[in-house]
Design a protein. Structure first.
Length: 138
């Protein structure tokens, strides 16, 4: 296991993170950085998108500290952290479609992912109707 991945796992245990995901436009770069300690991120105006499923609600202080620690581990100027408990169904589905880089319990993480996909699927028709109403008003 490389040093970055080990640090991420230690961080997840410290902050009681059940599962941690990378997603978005720079997810592949984050995966490469976790596989290769010598990897340097190319300059980019994009931030790193990370989603976390936690045991309990995070305080603002914990959230900021986790973000700062992830920025240090990845040597990134900015990390956007999305707490899955606070995310709507569609954002949560987008997060879990990324890559899971840590799971305290893989089975429970798999179960959570199925729950998110079911929830997003159940709400998809309502979301389409909502978007149609918004577009009609514009």
């Amino acid at each position: 296991m490389n040093a970055r991945l080990s640090k991420v796992e230690q961080l997840c245990r410290k902050y009681r993170v059940k599962a941690l995901y990378v997603f978005g436009s720079r997810a592949a770069q984050m995966l490469r950085a976790l596989a290769d300690d010598s990897y340097q991120f190319p300059p980019s105006p994009s931030d790193l998108d990370v989603g976390a499923l936690t045991h309990s609600p995070f305080s603002i202080e914990d959230k900021v500290n986790l973000i700062l620690a992830l920025e240090t581990i990845f040597a990134a100027p900015r990390v956007d952290l999305f707490l899955l408990q606070e995310a709507d169904a569609f954002l949560a589905a987008n997060v879990i479609r990324g890559e899971r880089i840590f799971a305290e319990d893989s089975y429970l993480a798999d179960e959570y992912e199925l729950y998110v996909l079911r929830r997003a699927g159940d709400l998809a028709e309502l979301e389409r109707e909502r978007m149609a109403m918004i577009l009609q008003e514009a």
